[in-house]
Write a protein that binds this ligand. Structure first.
Ligand SMILES: NC(=O)c1ccc[n+]([C@@H]2O[C@H](COP(=O)([O-])OP(=O)(O)OC[C@H]3O[C@@H](n4cnc5c(N)ncnc54)[C@H](O)[C@@H]3O)[C@@H](O)[C@H]2O)c1
Length: 434
């Protein structure tokens, strides 16, 4: 049993902390947000993630998982310290490392013996070296430490399964001692024969960005093919499905629609472009993927305008606000970009989301009218736009929706309905690439 501290109790820190405790380690989750720590210790999860509450409660009850704001005590009592704080996007696209560096200082001040300092946040190449420098400067005792880069690949909505059964675990290390300790941290995954890949710290840092940039590129690629399909009378779902049968291509991340959002892809794409820029390298493919993604909202608005004209003064019903199903995360959600554009243009926006409504209300206040179900949301609207493929939007009573709408206009940004059926039902229906 290893003693581990997880600094940052957000989407990544809380899930990783709970899963590492479930592996049999003793984990102390630390956060500066007192309310968050107090709530999670009482079993109130700060985020929506399927299965998380049960996992946290089980490990908390077994005494393997505890929550505190006392970083000092946690560090003293642990050999492995993970940092999983946020690294949001700055205006210039670079990663904001303020919290990462602050945590490094705080950890250093509490170090009472050898520690392995593990960077779990997504950070630009070279950050780990900077963090080591900060730790060295702020040590109060002359104690040794090793730095490790262990980027996280979990997806919100299936985070626990992703952490427990990952495609791979990447560990950037520089010493045999740290390598052995990290092997111990992930021991249960060895038993499941998960590929555990040891690399240099810099390679590990870049693997995370390159992976997310590739996924973003795949999405933008299929979205451009979707635009072409519309012009030449082909169907992107068929094209993508058959492309995906080629093992070299793979079927994942080939769903055309409104483009990518969320807390990771947009900011990680921006950050790798920023890193490349600083290094004097031009990443043209990734740059194009980012531009294509940014223009998806324009494509959606073109479709909307073609049906209802200018949106000024019109009522638009938005179904789904979170950036994808099974999360309440709104960061860079395409729905927010759409709603902002509609509000700017003087439209009345109504919205519904099964889980993310609380966060959405906090974000928009009175500017958007929120309703308790899809039917109340669409009642009297000029158009309905499906922005998130929540399961409940796949089984809507479409006849009812059509009757409630002032005009039978439905824009399906996730391609969840069949165009032929929607036409038969009397909708003026648009999806992407079909
Ligand atoms: N969310 C994802 O799906 C995901 C997936 C893979 C990697 N990542 C990466 O993981 C990192 C964390 O992302 P997240 O989504 O979990 O962020 P988050 O915003 O949900 O959580 C960050 C937490 O850190 C806490 N914090 C900030 N400063 C602190 C400090 N000085 N001391 C202690 N706690 C502090 C915050 O209060 C918050 O609870 C980011 O670098 C992100 O890119 C995220």
């Amino acid at each position: 049993m290893l003693k581990i501290t997880m600094v940052g109790t957000g989407y990544v820190g809380l899930v990783s902390g709970a899963c590492l405790a479930d592996f049999g380690n003793r984990v102390i989750c630390v956060d500066i947000d007192e309310k968050r720590i107090e709530q999670v210790a009482r079993g109130v999860m700060p985020i929506y993630e399927p299965g998380l509450k049960e996992l946290v409660e089980r490990n908390h009850a077994a005494g393997r998982l505890v929550f505190t704001t006392d970083l000092d005590a946690a560090v003293r009592d642990s050999i492995v310290i993970f940092s999983a704080v946020g690294t949001p996007m700055r205006d210039d696209g670079s990663a904001d490392l303020t919290s990462v560096f602050q945590v490094a200082k705080d950890i250093a001040a509490s170090m009472n013996g050898y520690k392995v300092i593990v960077q779990k946040s997504t950070v630009p190449v070279g950050t780990s070296e900077e963090v080591s420098g900060i730790i060295r400067q702020n040590l109060t005792k002359d104690v040794p430490f090793d730095r490790v880069s262990n980027p996280e690949f979990l997806r919100e909505g299936s985070a626990i399964e992703d952490f427990m059964r990952p495609n791979r675990v990447v560990i950037g290390v520089e010493s045999e001692r740290a390598r052995e300790i990290m092997s111990e941290v992930y021991r249960p995954l060895y038993l499941l024969e998960t590929p555990i890949v040891f690399t240099s710290v810099r390679s590990a840092e870049l693997i995370k960005y390159a992976s997310n940039a590739f996924l973003a590129t795949k999405i933008s690629f299929i979205n451009e093919i979707a635009d072409l399909c519309e012009k030449v009378g082909a169907r992107v779902d068929t094209v993508a499905r058959v492309m995906g049968l080629d093992g070299r291509i793979g079927s994942k991340f080939l769903h055309a629609g409104i483009g990518y959002g969320g807390s990771c892809l947009p900011k990680d794409v921006a950050a790798i472009l920023h890193t490349a820029d600083s290094a004097g390298v031009s990443l043209r493919v990734i740059s194009a993927a980012s531009d294509v993604n940014a223009s998806r909202i324009d494509r959606l608005l073109e479709k909307l305008h073609s049906e209802i004209g200018d949106t000024k003064g019109k009522i638009i019903a938005v179904l789904g606000v979170s950036f994808k199903p099974n999360t309440d995360d709104l960061r860079e959600a395409p729905a927010l970009h759409l709603m902002d554009r509609l509000l700017e243009n003087g439209a009345t926006v109504r919205a519904y989301d099964p889980i993310a409504m609380k966060n959405a209300k906090k974000h928009y206040g009175e500017r958007v009218a929120f309703f308790d179900d899809p039917y109340a949301t669409t009642d009297g609207a000029d158009a309905c736009v499906i922005m998130t493929e929540w399961n409940e939007f796949r089984v809507l009573d479409l006849e009812k929706i059509r009757e409630l709408l002032r005009q039978p206009v439905l824009i399906d940004c996730r391609n969840i309905y069949r165009p032929e059926e929607m036409k038969e039902l009397g909708f003026r229906y648009h999806s992407f690439g079909r």
